[in-house]
Design a protein around this ligand. Structure first.
Ligand SMILES: [Fe+2]
Ligand SMILES: [Fe+2]
Length: 475
């Protein structure tokens, strides 16, 4: 069951051939997906041979095979983790009942909404990143970008399989609509805010894969707990792919920082203007990019109080991060959670029913996880002997969703007037000038083993290949 059948038009480990109707429906969606990829996938890359990994089984050991692939020929398919016999729902009001193998009628609309919202983020990020190949800082980075892109394409397949297999006609319609919305489009945008922002340069890309792909990790981890077994199984496998995306982000930012620190030490300066004149990104600009991506990403977890979040949990559709490892009653009735509120223009803590605060619970788990990586970035600066430290901004900084959307808050967590916010905005978030500067550094480096001046080489290559390996062949 865990090995993948690649002899079929759509590689899969779900015995697709046994369900002719479903197979036909997905085979009709497949060319539309490929059209979308040709239109909205990585620009000008159709003919490149890219050293990509492809899933060959869903076993934790050795699921991946590496080799040169032209991206439009990548074998996107449907891979679910193996079924756990006798799996039970382990939270909410159905706790202890058998996990669902089909969609329960009363939860159909909510489940569809959850799957569509997740599915929409996958093609969105490919659209956001589609121009980056033109300015890659190295072949190594170009290959990593493309790996992330093909896997986001596969994540779309994962959600589309669920829609086609379990939701009949409206599932098929939703699957079409996933190919029709466009990131940043005024008339038909992607569903969630962060997925309509631009990813115009590689610093943005690394921040995005560090923070926003990590939002993906937490959403998928919560769905991997789902009582709807096919959703749990497919998101478990998606999580194994997501780990690499976050690695690309964390190591990418670390390499940018490392290179900046080298130059700062060579020039013996911390003056951003001098650092920039040497063609690297000054640390305060990196901090502003961090502030932007962090704040936009924590909005993705939704409103701090949400009756939908309570419903999704109580009905067994979406659990908490690592639900299975928690030792409470997994029903949470009567439990409370502290969230931030605004009273008289000040931030105050307030206790609310935990069920309504589950978005906040997941956001706080995310925050803990992201801070760990920021601490590792600071180690790079510390090792270079420099006093600067990156910080994660206050949770209330630059929020657009929930209670905190109504106030202006500094990165330190002080509520300020709109005038004060406007006056300091460019110290806290990337200014047009910052973006123009970072953009000016972006130039294509494609000689094997060479790296753009603003980024250090990685410590290791991909799949134990040398750093100067020809990760992409242009033909
Ligand atoms: Fe994804
Ligand atoms: Fe991802």
């Amino acid at each position: 069951m865990s090995s993948i059948n690649y002899s079929e038009k759509i590689p899969n480990n779900v015995n697709l051939a046994e369900d002719r109707t479903l197979q036909r429906a997905l085979e009709q969606w497949q060319p539309n997906f490929l059209h979308w990829w040709a239109d909205m996938g990585p620009e000008g890359s159709q003919n490149f041979d890219v050293y990509l990994r492809t899933a060959i089984s869903v076993d934790p050991q050795g699921w991946a095979q590496f080799g040169y692939v032209k991206m439009p020929d990548y074998r996107w398919g449907i891979f679910l983790n193996p079924k756990e016999e006798g799996r039970k729902i382990h939270f909410g009001e159905h706790l202890g009942e058998n996990a669902w193998q089909e969609v329960p009628g009363e939860h159909r609309a909510n489940l569809r909404r959850i799957i569509v919202t997740q599915g929409d983020t996958e093609p969105a990020s490919v659209e956001q990143q589609r121009h980056l190949g033109l300015t890659a800082p190295s072949l190594y980075d170009l290959r990593n970008l493309f790996q992330v892109n093909v896997e986001e394409g596969r994540h779309l397949w994962a959600m589309v399989y669920l829609l086609h297999r379990y939701f009949g006609r409206d599932g098929r319609e939703e699957a079409e609509a996933l190919l029709e919305r466009r990131s940043g489009d005024e008339d038909n945008p992607r569903i969630l805010g962060a997925f309509n922002e631009k990813t115009p340069d590689w610093l943005s890309f690394y921040m995005f894969t560090y923070f926003t792909d990590r939002d993906g990790k937490f959403q998928l981890a919560a769905l991997a707990e789902s009582g709807f077994d096919p959703l749990a199984r497919t998101t478990k496998f998606m999580l194994t792919e997501e780990a690499h995306h976050m690695f690309v982000g964390e190591s990418g930012v670390a390499r940018v920082i490392q290179r900046t620190c080298e130059v700062m030490n060579q020039l013996k300066t911390d003056d951003p203007a001098q650092v920039r004149a040497a063609g690297v990104i000054d640390l305060p600009t990196i901090q502003r990019y961090l502030n932007f991506h962090y704040s936009v990403t924590i909005d993705l977890f939704g409103a701090d109080q949400s009756s939908n979040a309570a419903t999704f949990y109580t009905s067994g559709l979406k659990g908490r991060y690592e639900e299975g490892k928690r030792t409470d009653d997994h029903r949470l009735k009567g439990e409370t959670y502290r969230i931030l509120d605004v009273q008289g223009g000040q931030l105050v803590e307030k206790e609310v029913p935990m069920l309504n605060a589950l978005n906040e619970v997941l956001r706080d788990d995310f925050i803990k996880d992201s801070m760990a990586g920021v601490a590792r970035w600071n180690k790079v600066i510390e090792k270079a002997g420099l006093p600067f430290r990156l910080t994660v901004p206050h949770k209330a900084f630059h929020r657009r969703i929930g209670t905190l959307a109504g106030v202006h808050v500094t990165p330190e967590g002080r509520v300020v007037s709109q005038a004060e916010w406007e006056a300091h905005r460019d110290e806290w978030l990337p200014s047009a000038e910052d973006r123009a500067f970072v953009g000016s550094l972006m130039g294509r480096v494609v000689e094997p083993g060479k790296f753009a001046n603003w980024i250090a080489p990685p410590v290791m290559g991909i799949n134990r290949q040398p750093i100067d390996f020809e990760y992409v062949r242009f033909n």
